[in-house]
Design a protein around this ligand. Structure first.
Ligand SMILES: Nc1ncnc2c1ncn2[C@@H]1O[C@H](COP(=O)(O)OP(=O)(O)OP(=O)(O)O)[C@@H](O)[C@H]1O
Length: 308
């Protein structure tokens, strides 16, 4: 049987007397984008640094394609690309000089270095900046260089610690697209404390709080798991509560006055489709429909309660 791409078993980490990671277990067997979601200080960077072999865990094991990162760090690291929270850039080098340095550090044979650099420049869309000093690039382009160094050795598994932190909205969109592109043929795990980021980019969410894994599932599972599960609907031809209650998947309806309703559901995507479809069929004239999401803080609180 094929080995999982990543397996983390009973991972614990202690800084002095403070336990930052407490018994994290997770497994990734399929390519895709995995989000490690958690508030500041939850233990995301600690977990990622251990996965990448730059921090030695207090207890537990990490396997990359079956290779134990503690027993065989060199072999495991060949399979891993890492962009730490603070990109390890040498800003006085040009992009090409820096990537050459990274290729050498990664032990890429001399004859293949040029080809590897051309490939990542192209993948990260920075070929036109190859001779530019890194210090003269914008934050978004510096981040692309950081991602380029993480994939220079064509790793199976790429770890990105808060890759969009500090970028402006345009740069965030560009870096997210780049992440989706590089995840087409490999596994990417990224950390963030921004819920919409995982919802926009990730296939699967691992949520950690207080050093513990409190949720693991798809973005859809997550949307259905968080409480309250409600949508706000405005229908110009007021159908009344009873008609709305009859829609499949609707658990409860509250009339909010005017043309506004709040629907409780068990599956957001399906219920939205059904309301839109019924509105067209019955001429309700839908003017607004939106999911009412809890704040991240209340989700953390809710999930922490559930995991106890
Ligand atoms: N080198 C260190 N020495 C002591 N404590 C540390 C160290 N690094 C992190 N910690 C503590 O461990 C806990 C987890 O930190 P970590 O950086 O892993 O969290 P995080 O989820 O990545 O947060 P952030 O998003 O703020 O980086 C925090 O309480 C933090 O203060």
């Amino acid at each position: 049987m094929e080995q999982p791409i990543v397996k983390v078993e009973h991972l614990f980490h202690r800084y002095s007397v403070h336990w930052a990671v407490k018994d994290i277990n997770l497994e990734i067997s399929k390519n895709g984008i995995y989000g490690l979601l958690g508030s500041n200080g939850a233990g995301k960077s600690t977990t990622m640094n251990i996965m990448c072999g730059v921090l030695k865990q207090t207890e537990g094991d990490v396997f990359i394609r079956g290779i134990d990162t503690r027993k065989h760090p060199v072999e495991a690291k060949r399979l891993i690309g890492f962009l730490p929270q603070k990109a390890p850039l040498h800003v006085d080098l040009t992009v090409e000089e820096y990537l050459k340095h990274c290729a050498n550090m990664r032990d890429i044979p001399g004859k293949q270095v040029g080809e590897a650099i051309d490939r990542v420049l192209e993948q990260c869309n920075i070929t036109h900046f190859r001779n530019r000093l890194i210090r003269n690039l914008s934050g978004g382009y510096q981040q692309r260089v950081g991602i380029a160094q993480a994939i220079i050795h064509n790793p199976d598994f790429v770890v990105l610690d808060e890759p969009t932190n500090g970028l402006d909205p345009n740069q965030i969109a560009e870096v997210r697209n780049l992440i989706k592109k590089i995840a087409e043929d490999r596994t990417v795990i990224l950390s963030t404390h921004i819920l919409p980021e995982v919802q926009a980019v990730c296939d699967h969410i691992f949520m950690i709080e207080n050093g513990q894994l409190i949720f693991s599932g798809t973005v859809r599972d997550f949307d259905n798991y968080i409480i309250p599960n409600t949508i706000f609907v405005s229908l110009r031809e007021n159908p009344g509560e009873a008609e709305l209650k009859e829609l499949e998947g609707v658990l409860d309806v509250s009339y909010l006055g005017g043309i506004h309703y709040r629907l409780k559901y068990n599956d957001a995507v399906d219920v939205i489709d059904r309301v839109v479809e019924a509105s067209v069929r019955k001429g309700w004239h839908l003017t607004e429909i939106r999911q009412e999401k809890s704040s991240l803080d209340s989700i953390f609180a809710e999930l922490s309660k559930k995991s106890k």
